[in-house]
Ligand binder design. Structure first.
Ligand code: ATP
Ligand code: ATP
Ligand code: MG
Ligand code: MG
Lengths: 254, 254
């Protein structure tokens, strides 16, 4: 049975994709069989793993519109133990097409059920909104990781996100648990980072991951080479932080 | 006649809201009458101007659902010449409610028409998606400013954004012009910033604003005080950059 984990936050640019790619890669290095599902029309998780969305006909949209089979949709990456279900800009259309379906929030989880035997972890990278793509990922997961930048606007969005989480838990998926809140782009030289980090600890208590992801230029350079940070520069602070996060995630899932 | 300018990019966290607040405030300091329309359910532009979304019944959602009048919706801020049409989390519902309307993309521009005599500038802060809220802002504007972080993923999203711009220009609003592409969070110590910046110049040529917004901690601290950066720290590099941008915007609009 696989652990299905959504990585979501409607606030933009907080490190959802960077977390999906690097946490998945860190678990793959520990020889866990991992699948990343790119639910974002921007398809950043796909290009960050070396697969160009526009040149790739095997993606989540062609799968959902029944143009390809599930086997064709699951793509290998250059990294052992790490597979990808690629995103595509056409996913924007899926949000509208799904509106007419009866159980539209469960579309994705029903579609991907056969993969649960094959992978130990399935990560859903979500777009920066609370639309049907994100709701499908939340409905199909048992856990939720919330990346949060240590910035002021990030704090504002929490109440909105928690309201959505509660609604999903009550209405769509009672099993959904918050696995943890992840502090990203933390810069110890900046007061604001420190202040927001302390607020998050007060607000979320033990739900906050002890691992903090520092602001680290290697994390933003790696995607331009189509690689996770640990394949680009294993000694960087960013890679080490995500390897530590992988260990902490496994500890929480025991 | 007012100049209506949408600030949009579906990539999250690139500085849309920071640009809306600080460009508007810079023009207000030059005694231009300016309105910021917060089209984002996160309502960051509202809180960044000192108006708490959840405590404020006069907002874009209650206006669109005809619970308040246009006069009641336009709120004064602490800054002379600067007014706000506030956002609210309920705007998420508006995207679904508008789907049934006939000319749904034009809903906002028809609603706000009476304000055009009152303000010299109307800025639309958009959410990180290409849904109906952003489409309404694009349909109701003559100009588009595209903030772009000098990061790899930001380059990826450009083609997607330009396709949407072309579609809007052909189908919904033939007057829409790209006023400029704005480089944000530029860090001269990082190679990636420099490389992306050069790519943008190659790709967009003279459309790229000469003003570059540096990464500057004052810009991220100011919203926690409910103020634009120039009211929080006028001497900061962030404030100076947005004041320069305001002058460059006016030059392009002559
Ligand atoms: N810890 C970090 N240090 C430095 N840069 C980072 C870090 N994490 C992410 N970045 C960079 O910041 C930008 C935003 O990160 P990312 O794209 O992962 O966020 P996101 O939440 O997925 O954005 P979106 O809301 O658009 O999906 C990217 O350019 C990324 O390379
Ligand atoms: N030039 C800058 N220097 C430092 N921090 C910045 C700068 N511009 C924006 N920020 C900070 O970066 C974060 C993202 O910026 P902002 O919220 O304006 O982006 P956005 O595009 O509006 O995001 P969203 O996609 O969620 O609407 C915010 O916390 C903001 O305070
Ligand atoms: Mg992303
Ligand atoms: Mg914003």
């Amino acid at each position: 049975m696989s652990k299905k984990i959504a990585i979501a936050n409607q606030k933009g640019g907080v490190g959802k994709t960077t977390t999906a790619i690097n946490l998945a890669a860190s678990l793959a290095v520990m020889e866990r069989k991992v699948l990343v599902v790119d639910c974002d029309p921007q398809a950043n998780a796909s290009s960050g793993l070396g697969i160009e969305p526009n040149e790739n006909p095997n993606n989540l949209y062609t799968l959902c519109s029944e143009q390809i089979s599930l086997e064709e949709a699951v793509l290998p990456t250059d990294f052992p133990f790490l597979s990808l279900l690629a995103g595509h800009p056409n996913l924007v259309g899926l949000e509208i097409e799904l509106l007419d379906f009866e159980k539209r929030e469960y579309y994705l989880s029903n579609l991907l059920k056969p993969l649960e035997e094959e992978f130990e972890y399935i990560f859903f990278d979500c777009p920066p909104s609370l639309g049907l793509l994100t709701l499908n990922a939340l409905a199909g997961s048992e856990y939720l990781i919330i990346p949060i930048q240590c910035e002021y606007f990030a704090l504002e969005g929490i109440a909105h996100l928690l309201r959505t989480y509660e609604k999903v838990k009550k209405g769509i998926n009672p099993r959904l648990e918050i696995l943890g809140v992840l502090r990203t782009m933390y810069d110890k030289r900046i007061n604001l980072s420190q202040q927001v980090s302390e607020e998050l600890e007060k607000f979320f208590g033990p739900k906050v991951f002890q691992t903090i992801i520092p602001r680290n230029v290697r994390l933003s350079e790696a995607p331009s080479h189509g690689k996770p940070a640990l394949a680009y520069d294993i000694r960087s602070l960013g890679s080490i932080a995500y390897l530590n996060l992988a260990k902490e995630v496994e500890k929480r899932l025991v």
